[in-house]
Write a protein that binds this ligand. Structure first.
Ligand code: GLU
Length: 415
């Protein structure tokens, strides 16, 4: 059977390809030369398969879509607290290139506007890093996420540097308030090179899938960034990713996202997939017109709004039955999080089997997150306190594996 998913992506391209609204960005001269008809889309699911349609191999400069990934790299290099001292996490409600800082702290409001992204860029590798080190850090990190070697588009970079007065003004403002240490010109040069890294939608969908997959690369299985860093990055994308249209985006599309001035738009749906669209004409907020429409359709058609998560708890208890005379068996299934573990505790609280033995059968369980693990172990402990003998059937070790390490890691990374 041929999967209908690529056909669906083709349908999205067909639906919006004749939509000619929006303008090409022209403040970076090289971007004004883009073909307005270019339109590509890609989707990578959390276990690594990529589907795409339209101009899926069209290479464009990543621009502001670099910001969440550079933020994730800086969080990894310096830790959450150090980055938080330099840049906040509040939506600005302003245009991407506003010369503004948070009242009181004098930090940029978030890492998705230029002031925050320029400050974050300077943090990469460490506060005393130089341009080459910082650019290589993001280039190699983005390459690792994309699964292929990426490079800087020098023509786009030169074109933006020739007209970078506004970003230079922002960098001077940051230097004045001690937010950056390096020379403003060097910071803007590094940041502009970061924005000029060439990508296509398949690269971006793969990069997003790692964020959606709690930092685990969906193809290599490597933990590329910690769960905490992935969570932080997706959270900031959720509140600040769409410039001054963030609220409209969250209510209509509901996918953590980031747009860029070259017409790219990415989304990362936690636990499910990474998405990317490119179409250069932009709306008044600087977001790709076809990109926004494609995401709205995807979210509606595929039920991708964050706030529409399916209830999980009740499905976790597959069966609860008596075997022989003295043994009750509690069969669990699927992914167990708080609500699933609560359903287990509820079943045990109302247990009228009166058996001496209680068996927890986890052979059909795929994952147990840390809180559910602690709740299940507590259920086991309390059953023993009640005088019952307990058994654990856990052939894949889901109750003892990776999430235990993840919990330790989360505890050590405060914020
Ligand atoms: N390099 C661009 C700038 O700093 C990125 C802006 C964007 O993509 O929105 O102006």
């Amino acid at each position: 059977m041929k999967s209908p998913v690529p056909d669906y992506l083709d349908e999205i391209i067909e639906t919006f390809k004749d939509d000619r609204q929006g303008e090409l960005a022209d403040y970076i001269p090289e971007l004004a030369r883009a073909d307005p008809d270019t339109f590509g889309i890609a989707l990578t699911v959390a276990d690594g398969r990529t589907h795409s349609a339209g101009n899926d191999d069209y290479t464009f400069s990543i621009q502001s879509i670099s910001k969440p990934f550079a933020y994730a790299a800086a969080l990894t290099d310096l830790g959450l607290d150090a980055v938080h001292e330099t840049v906040g996490v509040e939506p600005s409600g302003e245009a991407f290139n506003e010369l503004s800082l948070e009242h009181g702290t004098r930090r940029p409001k978030n890492a998705m506007i230029n002031a925050g992204a320029i400050a974050v860029h300077q943090l990469l590798v460490g506060r005393s890093s130089n341009v080459e080190e910082r650019v290589e850090r993001v280039r190699s990190f983005f390459s690792e996420l994309a699964g292929r070697e990426l490079s800087v588009d020098e023509a786009v970079c030169r074109s933006e540097l020739d007209t970078a007065d506004r970003n230079l003004a922002i960098a001077h403002m940051l230097k004045n308030y001690g937010i950056i240490d390096d020379a403003p010109h060097d910071v803007v040069e590094g940041y502009t090179r970061q924005c000029s890294i060439g990508v296509n939608v398949r690269d971006l969908a793969m990069m997003c899938a790692t964020l959606a997959n709690m930092g685990v690369h969906p193809v290599t299985g490597q933990q590329v960034v910690s769960r905490r860093v992935a969570r932080q990055t997706l959270s900031v994308m959720t509140v600040c990713g769409m410039y001054d249209a963030a609220g409209e985006w969250l209510t209509t599309v509901g996918i953590p996202a980031k747009s860029g001035v070259s017409g790219g738009l990415i989304g990362a749906l936690p636990g499910q997939c990474g998405l990317a669209v490119v179409s250069p004409p932009l709306d008044e907020h600087g977001n790709s017109v076809r990109g926004v429409r494609a995401f709205r359709k995807l979210s509606d058609d595929m039920g991708m709004h964050l706030a529409e998560a399916e209830p999980q708890g009740a499905t976790v208890v597959r069966d609860f039955y008596v075997r022989g005379e003295k043994e009750a068996v509690l069969e669990l299934q699927g992914t167990v999080q708080f609500s699933g573990a609560e359903a287990v505790l509820h079943a045990l609280e109302n247990d009228t089997t009166g058996t001496d033995r209680l068996t927890f059968d986890l052979s059909r369980v795929d994952r147990v997150n840390d809180v559910a693990r602690r709740m299940l172990l507590e259920a086991k402990r309390r059953a023993e306190l009640d005088g019952r003998t307990t058994d654990l059937v856990d052939p894949d070790g889901v109750l003892t594996s990776s999430d235990v390490d993840a919990a330790k890691e989360a505890a050590s990374e405060s914020h």
